[in-house]
Design a protein around this ligand. Structure first.
Ligand SMILES: Cc1cc2nc3c(=O)[nH]c(=O)nc-3n(C[C@H](O)[C@H](O)[C@H](O)COP(=O)(O)OP(=O)(O)OC[C@H]3O[C@@H](n4cnc5c(N)ncnc54)[C@H](O)[C@@H]3O)c2cc1C
Length: 394
């Protein structure tokens, strides 16, 4: 599969995997993991070549993340968050050039990492339309940000967070007085920023998806990336949905594929009963293995096809039309990962139940169900299209 990657990205991936393997598979976060991926240059993937990056497209990001996810789900997830934030920032055209240039040069010259800090304890999933409780209050030419974000992946390794906040602006007039949501580029070295460990999850335990506490953090007016009315439809959101959905799905595909490799290796070696027949040669096991493989291969084909379609969609309406397929790919890929890691444990029985690769993959895969695009929202959208988009019977 790496044959399809541009040579520079393939080289960075080979180096990243070599550095990652000895560090991988832990249930705690180690800063050496993001540092290793930065050393290999993988963090530069979505940055354009003329800005010092590797000029990777969404299909390249997806391929790289699946490979990393197979070795270490949490490491893959951390990089997926960095990729989707940068990829969408570039592609959507929503960011002011000065901020984009600053971030690209920090990424390429200083190894900076970035993520979106949207989720809050009180609001629940932003994908369900949660309005932030974090506030950005205008203070002269600046903004003062207060509140807490939860679940910010790779928080201890980040230089920047894109923070969503409810805008409070006493200078606003007319329509601007309505409830607005702003996104701000926040350098986490700012005074008033605290990055705290707060993640004790079932899976993705090494993802350091922490608590970002913001207390009277003062940022200049030009750190505001976008501002929009709460609930308003923004056509630029398509890029964010595509990069997020497919990057995250790729990681979980990798988790499933990593479990498949570990399982096959184990099943060929393991010869229970009288030591003559390997688990892999038992017909009933073969059927399970074949099913697990079929789910993962179908998921991989779907993921790459949808990523390709996205790249060929041009902009505007073409991209909007891709969104149901993006949701479909994310749903089917994460379901395949859950199926494969579940069946891997059923095949491996007792040895699979013990702490190790299969047990971790089983837990990690389930986190995929929580990320947007969300299952119930997507199925409702599919049904809506079926019902309202149907042609009258001829
Ligand atoms: C490993 C991991 C890493 C993450 N990293 C990040 C990150 O870097 N940045 C970030 O911002 N977020 C991150 N998240 C947060 C994530 O995307 C979700 O926003 C967060 O988990 C809250 O969503 P929720 O649906 O679980 O919670 P809630 O919104 O509280 O919902 C809980 C449950 O209630 C039900 N429910 C709630 N509202 C509705 C509704 N309107 N309709 C139907 N059912 C409803 C659903 O069954 C839902 O599962 C991460 C999550 C995980 C698991």
């Amino acid at each position: 599969m790496n044959d399809s990657l541009p040579p520079k990205i393939a080289e960075a991936l080979a180096e990243g995997l070599e550095l990652l393997r000895p560090l991988a598979g832990e249930d705690s976060f180690y800063p050496s993991i993001p540092a290793a991926l930065v050393r290999a240059g993988l963090h530069r993937l979505p940055v354009p070549v003329d800005a010092g990056g590797l000029g990777g497209r969404l299909t390249d990001a997806v391929r790289v993340l699946a490979e990393l996810g197979a070795v270490d789900g949490s490491a893959g997830l951390g990089l997926a968050m960095h990729y989707h934030t940068l990829g969408a920032a570039l592609e959507s055209g929503a960011w002011p050039h000065t901020l984009l240039d600053e971030v690209f040069s920090s990424v390429c010259e200083q190894g900076a990492l970035i993520n979106l800090a949207a989720t809050e304890e009180r609001g629940g999933s932003p994908a369900r339309g949660a309005i932030p409780w974090v506030t950005a209050r205008r203070h002269g030419l600046n903004w003062v940000i207060n509140g807490e974000k939860r679940w910010t992946t790779w928080l201890p390794a980040l230089r920047y967070a894109v923070v969503t906040a409810r805008i409070i602006d006493s200078q606003a007039n007319g329509a601007e007085k309505s409830l607005r949501i702003g996104t701000f580029l926040l350098d986490l070295s700012r005074q008033g920023v605290e990055c705290l460990p707060a993640f004790d999850g079932l899976g993705m335990r090494a993802s350091a998806s922490g608590l970002l506490r913001l207390q009277d953090v003062c940022v200049e007016g030009d750190r505001l990336i976008t501002s929009s009315l709460a609930g308003a439809d923004d056509p630029r959101r398509a890029s964010a949905l595509a990069w997020f959905g497919l990057c995250v799905a790729a990681v979980y595909l990798g988790v499933g594929e990593g479990a498949r490799s570990a399982l096959v290796h184990w099943a060929v070696q393991r010869k229970p009963v009288d030591g003559t027949t390997a688990v892999a040669d038992i017909p009933a096991v073969r059927i399970r293995l074949g099913k697990l493989d079929a789910e993962l291969r179908a998921a991989r084909l779907l993921l790459l096809e949808v990523a390709r379609r996205w790249e060929n969609a041009g902009s505007g309406a073409g991209r909007e039309e891709c969104l149901p397929d993006i949701a479909l790919a994310k749903l089917k890929v994460t379901e395949a990962a859950v199926f494969a890691t579940d069946h891997a444990l059923r095949i491996a029985g007792g040895p699979g139940f013990l702490r190790g690769v299969l047990e971790r993959a089983f837990r990690d895969a389930r986190a995929g169900l929580i990320h947007p695009p969300l299952e119930d929202v997507a199925y409702q959208e599919f049904a809506k299209k079926l019902v309202h988009g149907r042609k009258p019977p001829s």
